[in-house]
Design a protein around this ligand. Structure first.
Ligand SMILES: [Zn+2]
Length: 317
């Protein structure tokens, strides 16, 4: 909870204040400073501290657009508490339109970071030391990587009651049981006793209005749940809870065409995709191995044998 004095990055944020700050991420070899804008809104009333962030992976533009829309619409101005927005978390990756940091590291695999580690690790350390301790809740907006498109979903550990409750409140069509990945932000902040909900929607280097809207509405629901906004939570009453999931892999190499829409429910043995060779010699069907929801789809036109092509539910509740 925000107390009377709230200091972030060496500056006090008073009640009712709107502040844009810049964190120095690095000094480039050109001597230019690289900074990361942080937008802070503090209400006049006490309340929780919520962090909204996108672009942990620099090519995941939907997440950036979600936080951007929230700011543009003024939804980040809370009725109580403090909202911190970081639309572009991985500024390096965003500049280069790529997932990684320039040192080749996946920022989401180096947390909590070290002061003298790789460039990504140093940045992770800065966040872990200077921002994470100040927040109570985090919404972290992602998209599928490498041409894989995710139907909007939130990920959490089902065994944790609070996480599941937060996931239901958000109101994405699917909630996916997902254990902590070592050295991810989610794992690092969980160890600090913070609550992080991870949103996945769409694919990298794309802007999908449906996904963006789902993320914005989810954030609003979450703020209503925390009483940082007026009104009732408007999430769908029954998201599909996916307890166990798997990727269906390409049984052959070739041109890949999905015959189903992402987000759809398919019956056992139905034909969900076609893989063909460029010479007109074969056309192989991809068959649904059981009744399942499809919530991730490979949009690559050409696949190798074994590539992940459909992310499907195995066990739902
Ligand atoms: Zn990501």
């Amino acid at each position: 909870m925000s107390d009377k004095t709230f200091r972030i990055l060496g500056r006090e944020i008073k009640k009712g204040e709107s502040v844009v700050m810049e964190i120095e991420v690095a000094k480039l070899h050109t001597r230019n400073k690289l900074t990361m804008p942080v937008i802070i809104e503090r209400a006049t009333r006490e309340g929780p501290v919520l962090l909204l962030m996108g672009g942990v992976h620099g090519d995941e533009t939907n997440g950036v657009a979600i936080v951007r829309d929230i700011i543009r619409k003024g939804y980040n101005k809370p009725k109580s508490g403090i909202v911190i927005c970081i639309p572009v978390f991985n500024v390096f990756g965003y500049l280069n339109q790529q997932r990684e940091f320039p040192d080749g590291r996946d920022l989401n695999r180096v947390f909590p970071g070290t002061a003298k580690g790789s460039l990504a690790s140093q940045f992770a350390y800065k966040f872990t030391k200077e921002i994470a301790p100040l927040v109570d809740y985090i919404l972290d907006f992602h998209t599928g990587g490498a041409g894989r498109e995710n139907y909007p979903n939130v990920r959490c550990v089902f065994q944790e009651e609070k996480s599941l409750e937060m996931a239901r409140v958000f109101g994405a069509p699917f909630v996916v049981n997902s254990s902590y990945i070592a050295k991810s932000i989610r794992e690092a902040v969980h160890k600090m006793g913070k609550h992080l909900l991870l949103f996945e929607g769409g694919k990298s280097l794309a802007l999908d209005p449906f996904v963006i809207n789902c993320g914005v509405e989810g954030a609003l629901n979450f703020m209503r749940y925390l009483k940082m906004k007026d009104g009732k939570v408007k999430s769908k009453p029954d998201p599909v809870l996916i307890k166990k999931s798997k990727w269906i892999r390409a049984p052959h190499a070739g041109l890949f065409l999905s015959l189903v829409k992402n987000g759809s429910w398919v019956k056992h043995k139905s034909v969900i995709g076609i893989i063909s060779d460029p010479y007109g010699e074969f056309e192989k069907k991809v068959i649904a191995p059981f009744d399942c929801h499809i919530f991730g789809l490979n949009t690559a036109p050409i696949v190798n044998k074994g590539d992940a092509i459909f992310h499907v539910s195995m066990e739902v509740s």
